[in-house]
Ligand binder design. Structure first.
Ligand SMILES: Cc1ncc(COP(=O)(O)O)c(C=O)c1O
Length: 404
């Protein structure tokens, strides 16, 4: 652990009331803990400022509408959107991908077209495409991985054809932490006229994301992985794409005018936000973005990268441990211990005050490719320190002693 002295030190644990002293929370890829400023923003939203948005004529509601739309502008600035109108609030990344599948893909793709995914996608970035593909007779192709479990962009370049109309890839893998070269993926997709959707669930909390620099066409994320609340997420899409997308859910707020003869719809993003939205969730997301930006995405990225390096260096000393993913994975380390089921690893680590995830991580095709049913996964966040890595490594040493 000599690398400790060199590593950037963020020590933000005190900002997170749900992390008691001595507990190593290493399941941030599943969901992040919340800083007090986010909890306070949510509490204020309910206990002081609460009212509906977009409809009330009274001041409280008008103020809440301003706060809700300020959150949209904050997200737009955070992601590099050209306009807040390109930001659609949804329940989370899963809903964002389903929205693109049912509104864009289901109307723009034709029988015989193809969709390109990768072998490491989360089920949320597989199943919505399968559902739509079955409906309209579209085929799905799968980009293989490199030996160190990155999406193989050389293979992508070799296999893409003009029949591919959409490529949907994880910006950062939730299992092995590999980081996609987004601009290169976009250049390959665009070379045949395909659109690129990036699943940014694991990237947004870990690195600076600018959708213009990435040159993608759709970008999705969930607030709860970015130190914000559950129940709210974001679809960003280029304005000209949103303009041609029909509504996918009907209800209040998404309309222009309703009659039994003919209903017309609101322009984006309202067209895609049927019903009363997660008002206070938007305030929480706004506070979460303020918080991560006050720390700095570059500092967060450097910190988590150093924790990963420390973890990989220590675990590679243990003979029975297999590490998955590339050396420079972003904040996420998946591993196996010979002869020990990941659930047993997770249970023993829990006794040691270390919370990891054990399972297929909603990526069963990737498990198949790795030749395992499940992995153990340690995923870092803004609040983790080298002491957490130390605790993890000691816990794993205990697992290996117990299982001989
Ligand atoms: C890469 C990736 N994509 C999609 C999702 C789905 O996110 P949510 O469940 O918040 O919709 C997750 C969550 O684990 C994820 O890690």
């Amino acid at each position: 652990m000599n690398a400790l002295a060199d590593m950037p030190q963020l020590d933000l644990c005190a900002d997170f009331p749900a992390i008691p002293d001595g507990w190593a929370y290493l399941d941030t890829a599943a969901t992040s803990q919340k800083p007090q400023v986010v909890i306070d923003a949510i509490a204020r939203g309910y206990d002081r400022d609460y009212a509906t948005v977009h409809r009330g004529v009274y001041k409280r509601s008008a103020d809440m509408t301003l706060a809700y739309e300020a959150a949209r502008r904050r997200v737009a600035g955070f992601m590099g959107a050209a306009s807040p109108d390109e930001i659609v609030f949804v329940r989370g990344a899963t809903e964002a991908i389903n929205l693109v599948a049912y509104s864009w893909a289901a109307t723009q793709l034709r029988a015989g077209d193809r969709i390109l995914l990768s072998a490491l996608e989360h089920h949320s970035n597989i199943v919505p495409w399968q559902l739509v593909a079955q409906r309209i007779g579209v085929a799905i192709d799968v980009i293989p991985l490199t030996d160190d479990h990155r999406i193989d962009l050389d293979a992508m370049a070799a296999m893409i054809t003009p029949a591919h109309k959409l490529v949907a890839l994880a910006h950062v893998s939730n299992v092995v932490g590999s980081v996609l070269d987004g601009p290169r993926a976009a250049a390959i997709a665009h070379s045949v006229g395909a659109k690129l959707l990036l699943d940014g669930c694991q990237a947004v909390p870990r690195m600076r994301v600018d959708v213009q620099a990435l040159d993608c066409d759709f970008y999705v994320m969930s607030a709860h992985k970015l130190y914000g609340p559950t129940g709210i997420g974001v679809l960003w899409a280029r304005g000209e794409l949103l303009d041609v997308m029909p509504p996918w859910q009907g209800g209040g707020a998404m309309i222009d005018r309703v009659s039994f003869a003919r209903t017309s719809y609101a322009p984006p993003p309202g067209r895609f936000e049927a019903g009363t939205p997660h008002i206070v969730g938007a305030l929480g997301l706004h506070a979460a973005i303020d918080y991560v930006e006050s720390v700095g995405l570059d500092a967060i990225h450097a910190h988590e990268t150093a924790l990963v390096a420390l973890t990989r260096a220590a675990l590679s000393q243990i003979n029975s441990v297999t590490l998955f993913g590339p050396e420079d994975s972003a904040g996420i380390v998946s591993f196996a211990i010979e002869g020990v089921h990941p659930h047993d690893i997770g249970t023993i680590l829990d006794e040691e005050g270390v919370a990891i995830r054990a399972g297929h991580h909603c990526a069963q095709p990737l498990m198949e490719l790795l030749g395992v049913d499940a992995t153990a996964r340690a995923s870092f966040g803004i609040y983790n320190t080298p002491a957490d890595v130390d605790r993890l490594v000691k816990g794993i040493q205990r697992v290996t002693r117990i299982f001989g």
